[in-house]
Design a protein. Sequence first.
Length: 378
Amino acid sequence: MEKVYPPKGGEKVKIGDFKKEFSQALILDGITKFPESDDLAKVMGLEYDPEAFRELEASISLNQVRTERDILVEPYDPTKTFYNRSIGVSMEIPTDALKLETIRDRIETYQNSNFRIHERKSRHFRNQTLAAKEVDKSKVDLIPFQESLISLRFYQPFEYVPDNLHFNISFCQEYWVLGTQKISALRDKIFCSATYGPFPEVSEHPDVEPPPLEDNSAFFFITDTFYNDHSRPGAKDYSSPILEWAKTVDDIGEMKAASMEDATFDDLIVRLGYPQVYQHYGNCEHIFVFSDIRLLHPSDSLIRADYPFLKTISNNRCHICFICGVNQVKFVVRGSERQIADPTFYCQTCFDTYHYRDGQKIGKFKAYRFAESRPYVP
């Protein structure tokens, strides 16, 4: 595939070899384990000799390399508001600076109603990072620096339009996984709105549960291998027709198939930042990338059951009911003469009270269940 989509840089790495190499590099002479305390004086054996510790601390202070020509750094004040929308600036601007047209234009831009357009230029502005739960020490079963921790970033499914230079792929979710975990452990964690489908018309019986999905097969395509899910009854092998077709295309090269239940993340050979594919429910495709590989830190969750861990989600706003403007959308209604916009989005309460009386449908319309395109975190 790299002949078709040439990589922009970076070498392939086997995750298991990375863990082994860096674990060995951390082993120092005379050190049997890593310090478990954040108290440097205690770690260095100087907890009862504060004077010696202060002398040591002063000997490595960055103040020794400071010169008179250095630019002074403004001290960080955690109580200071970095951005005030009503003012449009994060710090006081000198009066003389307000005479400059560039400064005045910048202030006007921040105060403009289109400020959100400029906000979106920041790559990770709308991402929400999630914190791990409080650690129950009795459940700790992982040792820092003995496991590889891999970050995978998943993006929203999209319809590819050739030569569309203005299209930007949309980030959805990021997971942390352990190198010793099976690839199949990640599959059920991945959020996709298609999981809540199918979405038939339900205006006559809105309370009826949706029918089960007929096809729950899936695969991860990583580097040159299709990792299929064979654990579910009636699972289909999506990769077979693709492998047969690939044999007829010289530029694609050799591809293989394996089972995601038999392979761990440490077994994978990946190129950081290179797009991979997760496909399920027939033709629902998610682009994802391996964005980071490192060793498990003491500050990470040391409970194996916490992984795969949902670390980051897109912070795009959820859809709000067109009627009450408060609750999340549960239904989409089309073809109703009683609504101004078509389609219109409703929460459960507004949908029931506006379109039904004593459980009976009012007028003619079509209703469909609605599912958000990102994970919901309360």
